[in-house]
Every structure is written in structure tokens, then in C-alpha cells.
Design a protein around this ligand. Structure first.
Ligand code: CA
Ligand code: CA
Ligand code: CA
Ligand code: ZN
Length: 345
């Protein structure tokens, strides 16, 4: 388990605290001091990864007994005290079903067959992803990254259409197959697009920059999953969205992987998600070489220098530069090797 980040407040206290801090200006540090909290129930990160069961199926959103051990109680943080899923980093809007509502300092223990479950998931995993980024020093010793309130919408149709959206800060989750909001790695992938847009407004206007966007979302999904829920994992750590993908892949179920062998330029297919696997493997290798903390820090720091229409080569060079500036020559050479192995540098 990672270091404890969520203070274990008793439920009764949480409501009082939420009221006390409502409207107060929260500093990033205050997010960890228990401001605006409530307990809730989530998957962490998803039932396939948690249980190691590749034969789980959506079963039309049924709350079958095998999901039981995957339900995990967490403390939602950074809530604004209104009793809804509105907080410092995200506000949740659902067009399907009723809105989740606090009762006595806690959200009811919604399960996957309730629309509110995906709302809670969305709130929790966006906030957790922002906490992960802050844990690296962003907003402290390093510049803030995407420390704004985004909107997370849940609708019948959503899907991964961020490449075509004009409001890239925000997230839309759909309900095709397994509800997208039941898999933390889908939520954090989408938040990855928001993060990059926060760093470089309008990022991802070309095939290669778009592929970098998909790759970073996948990388962030895995990094946040591991940070929040621990390793080793019961499915391959490099597997993204083990649960959402059960309805469209064969076992082991992965939407995409970080440890593929695609090489530039011969494996380019002209599709951002497919080509993103070239870039994400380089990020994965950087993480294996330098560890999660250094890798994620330099990868995110480098993105500030990316042009909205960057090429793989220019972005890789910016990443090497960030590695050298933050961690010196040996880190820079590890990053150069990772991109070199993919044919990018
Ligand atoms: Ca559901
Ligand atoms: Ca889905
Ligand atoms: Ca996973
Ligand atoms: Zn995407």
C-alpha cells in the first residue's frame, strides 16, 4: 500500500468539517487535511484487476455476488460541502439516473447496478489522479498541473472521443458494454487528456500529438492505479482497463498495453490509439528504468514544453531535456534509450 493520504475521519465529523470549510479557499496542501470529506464505495481500480478474474462479465450491470470483494470503502476528499459530487478538481453531472447525495457524512454504499456508483467512481478517481500528480511535487516545488475544477459527464453515449472534442478539459464517460465509470483506468485515461490540455491548451491536433495524448492517458491510468492500490497487481501492471475491455477483447482483457513492441515508423497505422502504443511503451521503459516517481515527474514536466501539434521526435527531445534538468545525465540517457528503442530518437 502507498502512504496513507486520506485521513480516517469518522463519518459524523466529516459532515461538520465539510460545512466548516465550504467556500473557504483551499490550498493544495489543505486537500490532505480532511477538508470536505465523505466516505463512499468504489472499485479500486476495477474488479478484474482486484480479483484476478478474467471471466467476469457485465451481465447487464447486475450486482452479482462475485463482485462483492471488489467493493472498497474510501474517503472522498476536496468536496465543497454541498452534499453533491462537487469539489475542488471535479464536478460530476449525470444524464442517467439520480445524482449521488451525501447522507450523514457518507455517500450510501452504491453498487455497480446503481447509476450513482459511476458518479462516485468519477469523482474519486479524478481527485485521486490529481493527488497523485501533486504527490510528485506539482503545485508544490513544481508548477501546478491542471489544478482546476473540470466537469465529468456521464451519459448513455460517451466513449473515448476526446480527440474530437473542443472542451478537452472535461470528460465524458459512456455506458457501452461495461459502464466506463466502473473502471478507474478508463476514468484516469480520460483525465490524462484533461491534464495535457491544462498544460498545453488544445494539445493533440495531429496524428502524432494525438497518439502522445492517448499514450499518456494510458500511462497515467496505470501509474495512478498502482500508486493508489499497490503492486504487485493480479493482472499485468501494463494492462490498461482490464474491466471495461471484457466486452470487446479476449482474455487477458486489456484495452491497450504499455509493454507492446511497436516500433516507429513501420508500425504506424494512422490511428491515435494504435500509434499511441509506440509512445506509451517508451514511457513504460522510462518508468522501469527510473522508478515511478522520477519517471512520472519528468514525463509530466516535459509536457509543458510540447507544442499542441508536436511530433514524436520533438516531444521525445523535450522529455530528454526535462530528464537532464531534473535528474542529470544518467536519467537523460535512460530516456534517450527508451525513445531510441522505439525508433523515435
Ligand atoms: Ca454500472
Ligand atoms: Ca465501456
Ligand atoms: Ca490495469
Ligand atoms: Zn483517449
Amino acid at each position: 500500500m502507498p502512504p496513507k493520504r486520506f485521513p480516517a475521519l469518522v463519518a459524523g465529523l466529516a459532515g461538520a468539517l465539510a460545512a466548516a470549510v465550504a467556500g473557504a479557499a483551499l490550498t493544495p496542501g489543505a486537500a490532505h487535511a480532511g477538508a470536505g470529506t465523505a466516505t463512499a464505495t468504489v472499485f479500486a481500480p476495477n474488479p478484474v484487476q482486484q480479483l484476478g478474474l478474467q471471466d467476469l462479465t457485465d451481465a447487464k450491470d447486475a450486482d452479482l455476488p462475485e463482485f462483492g470483494p471488489a467493493y472498497t470503502q474510501v474517503t472522498l476528499t476536496d468536496l465543497d460541502g454541498s452534499g453533491t459530487l462537487t469539489g475542488r478538481y471535479v464536478r460530476v453531472k449525470s444524464t442517467t439516473g439520480p445524482a449521488a447525495k451525501v447522507s450523514g457524512g457518507a455517500f450510501p454504499a452504491y453498487h455497480r447496478d446503481a447509476d450513482q456508483f459511476e458518479q462516485i467512481m468519477g469523482y474519486h478517481w479524478v481527485t485521486t489522479a490529481q493527488h497523485y500528480i501533486q504527490s510528485l511535487g506539482f503545485g508544490g516545488t513544481l508548477r501546478p498541473v491542471n489544478q482546476r475544477q473540470i466537469e465529468l459527464r456521464i451519459g448513455q453515449y460517451g466513449g473515448d472521443n476526446s480527440f474530437f472534442r473542443d472542451d478537452k478539459a472535461n470528460i465524458t464517460l459512456g455506458k457501452g458494454g461495461v459502464d466506463d465509470g466502473e473502471d478507474a483506468e478508463v476514468i484516469v485515461h480520460e483525465y490524462g487528456h484533461s491534464v495535457q490540455d491544462g498544460q498545453v491548451p488544445g494539445f493533440g491536433t495531429t496524428l502524432e500529438s494525438g497518439a502522445i495524448g492517448e499514450a499518456f492517458g494510458d500511462y497515467l491510468a496505470v501509474a495512478v492505479s498502482s500508486w493508489a492500490t499497490g503492486t504487485p497487481t493480479r493482472t499485468d501492471e501494463a494492462c490498461v482497463a482490464d474491466w471495461d475491455s471484457v466486452s470487446y477483447t479476449s482474455a487477458p482483457h486489456c484495452l491497450r498495453r504499455l509493454d507492446g513492441t511497436k516500433h516507429y515508423p513501420e508500425d504506424v497505422r494512422g490511428e491515435v490509439h494504435a500509434d499511441g502504443e509506440i509512445w506509451s511503451r517508451a514511457l513504460w521503459d522510462i518508468r522501469r528504468a527510473l522508478g515511478d516517481r522520477k519517471a512520472s515527474t519528468l514525463i509530466i514536466e516535459a509536457q509543458f514544453a510540447f507544442a499542441p501539434d508536436t511530433t514524436f521526435k520533438a516531444a521525445a527531445e523535450a522529455t530528454v531535456t526535462a530528464a537532464r534538468r531534473l535528474y542529470g545525465a544518467s536519467a537523460a540517457s535512460a530516456v534517450t534509450k527508451a525513445f531510441g528503442d522505439r525508433g523515435i530518437l
